[in-house]
Design a protein around this ligand. Structure first.
Ligand code: ADP
Ligand code: LRH
Length: 496
């Protein structure tokens, strides 16, 4: 008999509802997992005046559509779970209502706040307390920005719920905080698993706002009576999985040994390894690595790299100008373009949320004494080569910090559909890339639901099931000399 669960994965490029189906293995072997995507919907932020917000109620509507569709398609799912990107949150008032629309992390209200706060408290102090990398949009700086602007909503707030916690609250009526996503606030201690009171006091944020974090893989309620009667659905359990999408993606890495490196490749590129202990050294701080909470008591030592956001934003600019090209068309144009024409640091602040991404890329090239790429093909090639070169830098630093050595790199996420990027990555790191699965976060979400329901023993078994259920594609390194000299040029340009 097939055991079914329903995963909602809210990415920046789309939201999706995916049904997992687990069949018993043959001759006592591992179970076989298949998936069916039943609903995909936009997850575009909405600009109102100068600010950028989540369209949170529309997402709740789409999640309900997903639950309805599962029923219509005859999928009797035993549970559901939601994962999404990190750091963003909603504020809840004393009578349990959502106060205002949650901000999107690319909103500019946090500009400059991290620098001020870091100076006031000391970056060492914040890193020692949390192990989290300094990103201007971390929850801690979003809260500091609200505090500075005298936000009435913050004053009125009784609880803070991260986005998947919030949507889960809407479905179950129960407020719980999930630990992997909580870690991305830069307010949680990675050793004790508790909120750092000193940081909260320095922010002027009352402790009552934050709920004690719950370990991923816990059932945290059921669909409420209201939701069940609205949808004609049974009161199935709702599970807190690794609700940070990257935590879920890392669970789905089909590695067969504990010493593996991963690249979760979507809107962001998250590159690192999985450890039993956080790395809180001066070097980790200097290189701005993070130690996010993982499933099963692990820590994700990794670094954020700006990722395919750069491609998405170029595409958006060209779509707006009436020169619409699909992702495969953009990749084909890049493949035809001149190699190593110009290189950028994908993580330059100028690329976080520029008015025009192609302009920002051209400006960077001019600023660094390089020819500005003009055609779509040249611009996308510049982005993909630069990403691959940055992956090498971060992979080697991950080895230094963790003391591990990696035979190759696992790539998961929608970015693996971009085969040129997979090839460039193998070339840049000079090692094989193993690509798959593409729906990493949704699969991680699914297997952790099975762990909570007792059908999968642990993460190791889950990875074995994913490995045998979903094919991997291997890319071998080529053109070693050209990529080595490009890497040296890249390091000079970005000042490393
Ligand atoms: P997220 O979860 O952050 O929304 P995904 O993991 O779904 O992101 O990855 C989306 C990205 O994958 C897109 O921005 C695009 O760059 C890339 N992508 C998806 N499909 C293709 C394709 N067919 N060809 C090239 N790139 C693709
Ligand atoms: C990837 C991700 C990443 C965060 C960023 C905000 O989707 O969750 O791990 O740093 O979004």
């Amino acid at each position: 008999m097939s055991r079914k669960v329903l995963a909602f994965d809210l990415g920046a490029s789309s939201g999706r509802a995916i049904v997992g189906m687990l069949e018993p293995g043959e001759d006592g072997g591992l179970p076989k997992l298949t998936v069916e995507e039943i609903h995909r919907f936009p997850n575009d932020p909405v600009q109102v005046g100068k600010h950028l917000y989540w369209d949170i109620l529309r997402l709740l509507h789409e999640i309900k559509q997903g639950i309805l569709k599962a029923g219509h398609l005859g999928h009797a799912v035993e549970s559901l779970a939601i994962d999404s990107w990190a750091v963003d949150f909603g504020l809840i008032g004393r009578s349990g209502e959502l106060l205002g629309n949650p901000y999107h992390y690319r909103d500019h209200h946090t500009d400059g706040v991290m620098e001020q706060f870091g100076e006031r408290l000391g970056r060492e102090r914040i890193f020692q307390a949390t192990g989290i990398q300094f990103l201007p949009f971390n929850t801690i700086y979003q809260l500091a920005a609200l505090k500075q602007s005298g936000s009435v909503l913050l004053e009125q707030a009784d609880k803070l719920l991260m986005i998947p916690d919030l949507l889960r609250y809407f479905l179950t009526g129960e407020m719980r905080s999930e630990a992997t996503n909580a870690s991305t606030t830069q307010l949680l201690n990675p050793l004790t698993g508790e909120w750092d009171r000193g940081l909260l006091a320095a922010l002027g944020i009352p402790e009552r706002l934050l709920l004690p974090p719950t370990a991923p893989g816990t059932q945290v309620g059921r669909l409420s009576a209201d939701v069940c009667s609205e949808l004609g659905a049974p009161p199935i359990p709702v599970i807190a999985v690794g609700e940070h999408d990257t935590a879920s993606a890392v669970v789905a890495v089909p590695a067969d040994s504990p010493d593996f490196a991963y690249l979760s490749c979507g809107t962001w590129s998250l590159l690192g390894t999985e450890l039993r202990q956080p790395v809180l050294t001066e070097q980790a701080l200097a290189w701005n690595f993070t130690n996010e909470g993982g499933v099963d008591g692990t820590h994700r030592l990794l670094k954020n790299i700006m990722g395919l956001w750069l491609v998405q934003e170029c595409k958006r600019a060209w779509d707006k100008a009436g020169r619409s090209l699909s992702f495969p068309q953009l990749v084909a144009a890049a493949e035809q373009a001149e190699p190593f024409h110009s290189l950028i640091d994908p993580d330059d602040d100028a690329f976080l949320n520029p008015v025009s991404m192609p302009e920002a890329i051209r400006d960077y090239c001019v600023r660094t004494g390089q020819p500005a790429p003009e055609t779509e093909g040249l611009i996308i090639r510049c982005v993909l080569e630069s990403l691959a070169l940055k992956y090498r830098l971060v992979l080697e630093r991950t080895e230094t910090l963790s003391g591990k050595r990696f035979a190759g790199l696992h790539m998961v996420g929608g970015g693996i559909h971009n085969e040129l990027l997979c090839r460039f990555t193998a070339n840049a790191i000079g090692r094989p890339v193993w690509a798959g699965p593409a729906e990493g976060s949704a699969l991680g979400n699914i297997v952790v639901q099975y762990m909570a329901l007792g059908y999968i023993r642990d993460v190791q078994e889950a990875r074995g099931i994913i490995r045998q259920s979903f094919p991997l594609k291997t890319y071998g390194p080529e053109e070693a000399a050209a990529w080595q000299s490009a890497y040296e040029r890249f390091c000079r340009i970005i000042g490393e």
